[in-house]
Design a protein. Sequence first.
Length: 735
Amino acid sequence: MRAWTSLIVVIPVITLMGPTFIATAAENKREPATAARIAAPVAARKPVSLRNHGIVRVDNYAWLRDKNWREVVRDSSRLAPAIRAYLTAENRYADAVQAPLAPLRAKLAAEMKGRMQPQDSGVPMPDGPYAYWRKFVPGGEYIVHVRAPRDGGAEEILVDGNELAKGKPYFAWGDTRIHSPDHRYFAYTFDDSGAESFTLAVRDLAARSDLPDVIKAVSGFTWADSNVIYYVRQDDELRSRFVYRHRLGTDPANDPLVYEEKDLQFSVSVGRTGSGRFVVISAATWDTSEARIVETAKPEGEPRLIQARTPGLMYSIDDGGDRLIVLTNADAAEDYKIMTAPLATPGREHWRDLVPYREGRRIESVDVLANHLVRLERENGLGRIVIQRKSDGAEHAVSFDAEAYDVGITSPYEHDSKTIRFVFTSPSTPSQTYDYDLETRERVLRKAQTLPGGHDPDAYVVRRLFVTTADKEEVPVTLFYRKATAIDGSAPLFLEGYGAYADNFPATFDTNILSLVDRGFVYAIAHVRGGIEKGERWRNAGRRENKINTFTDFIAVAEHLIKSGYTARGRIVARGDSAGGLLIGAVANMRPDLFAGMIARVPFVDALNTMLDETLPLTAGDFPEWGDPIRDIKAYRTIASYSPYDNVKAQAYPHMLVTAGISDPRVQYWEPAKWVAKLRAMKTNDTRIVLITQLTAGHSGPSGRFVELDEAARIAAFALDAIGWREPAADASAP
């Protein structure tokens, strides 16, 4: 579920009279130096009583949820007029009070754009007679997919995202790294609403045109053979539940249903083994999974179950030739091990260890090649790649010399490949793409991300430290700042966190964060409990009944960085997105005094109401993460104890920037809208809280690589203004 305001100007007061909301003047005694005095919209209170487990709550802002939200997610123009008027007024208010920051925002956006290559290209990946890659063209907002003969020749455009996006208020690619096995077709999905409900299309590369086989409401797909596609369709609530089979040239309306998931807690996906021998149909929750396979040589065959779902058992499979390779948490291997299963009898009772479980090592993925197994592991928050030769079991690791970094593997198209590709990055090091020979261990740098204006990694410091909590846990923290920044308590701090869904918050190079770091900020990532940085135990210690640890970890990190001289109280700007927005919301209620400002992007802040509503897309599937408050009063009380919306109280809050998206299927727009309304009504100080709602986008915000910079610049400007930054004269250089 859940990747601004210095000059005093006169701006008209926004008013909108009517039964939905009113605007009133607010007194500003403590405000950013750039803020003008202007009224904020005030949402009308329309009390609704809610009863669960005999407990009654009153929700004053429930009316902000459109009764026809299902239609609104797919078509934002169907939003109720009264709600649209309120959200539009919020947008106008945000623009008005942040208008004095327009020059700074423009400067920041230009800086960020200046760090991007106008024309950029990926590294070609060979497959048979061709090599495939993607690129950006000068001025292009979207990826262009291309190929060329493997041994050299003219480049051929497969699909141009810029062409597809023309005339659309929103556009995003879905699955795209999929050409047919015979290289005749290129299948792809795209989203033109922001609802993450994709359209599947197939391009005939010889004819340079799309087939009439267009399928809507798709979440994913894979090729079986060069004429048959398996795809997943969504239900009316945008849940991925149905697997269909489509033969090119036939009417999709007649596609046979291959598999239907009836348990709403499970989500379905499809994929293809690395060998290309099987289509894999997977159904999974956050705690339980099962898989079925179909031979691609017999694409119309019945799916074959590997192991029936067993509560708590997670597994995924790949083709190991004469056996299946199983990545699983079986036998209490909470951070996973690798096992094998006979093809003839693949059930759990026949699984045997191949890479045994080792405590403290999280196996995140395994790529099965013809002669090697390649696994990505994580220990104490840092990743590494391990290569195992199939013939004799000999293995070696690819090591990296950095305190904090991130590494990822790009699976090769070719099953018999002798090389793999990985990408290394750190907060100070732009991404580096390597090809690695699995036998000679030679690594060849194929591409290094370059910044047009240059970048000197040696001008920065990257540190990994650990913060001890009240219950004696050690929270990893990644720090990034310029060497010239004084660590004496004077620096402002930009602190991020997430801590949910077994997610790892990567320590990567972010060109946009340089706009803050180069102006003296210390950038920090708190790898709090609820994430997977220190394995499954770390995840379990920050979910369900233990969720409070996520928030207290974040607070402990902030306090430690203050005590250690990295910043000072009231000099911190915190950010969290989606479930990280839940973190921001909870911490805002618990320790608002620590922060100058807080940024919550599409925040999951109405947690109790959302988890009590199984009609919403993610609720049932999220019970393993948050608990089931519908049937379990203990889960109800736990979520109620921290749900940001339910725990807003009469106290001082920091300046806040909050975002939402009308088409967001993960965190519906009314969650941040209700939260902002309640914060404004309850806070006892005169800080400014702004809500910006994307009226034609969803969870990821506005689309397009340059368009996205507007939001990034707004966030950076807000952070700078919250700590009282004054931009130097135009001819002065940043520190």
